[in-house]
Design a binder for this molecule. Sequence first.
Ligand SMILES: [Fe+2]
Length: 244
Amino acid sequence: MDDIAIGRIDVHSHLLPGIDDGCQTLEESLACARMLVEAGYTHSFCTPHIWPNLPDNNTSVITERVAKLQRELDEAAIPLRLFPGGEINLRPDTADLSAEDVVTYGMCRRHVLFDLWAEKIPAFFEPAVKHLQSMGLTTILAHPERMRAVQDDPGLADYFAEMGILMQGNLQCLGDPPTTQTRQVAEQFLAEDRYFMLGSDLHNLKSLPLRLKGLRRAIEAVGEDKVRQLTWDHPKQLLPLAKS
Ligand SMILES: [Fe+2]
């Protein structure tokens, strides 16, 4: 599978079966992978939640689980190349993490994806992010459009940019009804070229069509060239051995 030509790269997915609140069975993972391939994806990072109550979601177990799912994909002749990763829930104790415990894209220790659920930006935000950055990591905030703090004040995008934080938008938010704040903020950030990349954040087969509808909606809104940059060119920088 190493010689697979690069197409779209999914940068945020809960494709690994039975490891978090994402796909629950191997069959569901395979069905989602098929649907991704049909939508033009050739590569996907598996980014399970990194939560305190999921202690097995660490660098070694995720890497093993990705290799196992890759073997299943290969056996099923589904041309999708997987890489390990994780979605770190930013918490006060993130500032205590040692470098070897930080789950990064491709486990390459270059880029890290984190999420935060907050009505206001908490006091621990800056120390936690700066701790990750002190390890030489590029920090990427998952789906800011889903955060209440950002919905109330989209201007926080400037604050994130000043801190050197990149933003990853969720495709599903672009497929949400037009009146929702998730869609409005996502469309604003897309139009203002605020996003570094877009990811599916797929969790199951049922919601994947809506997420892929968001991909088509993004193309309608800003054009294929821009969406290619956000789902293909920029994500290439996350790949192991990538020459961006
Ligand atoms: Fe996620």
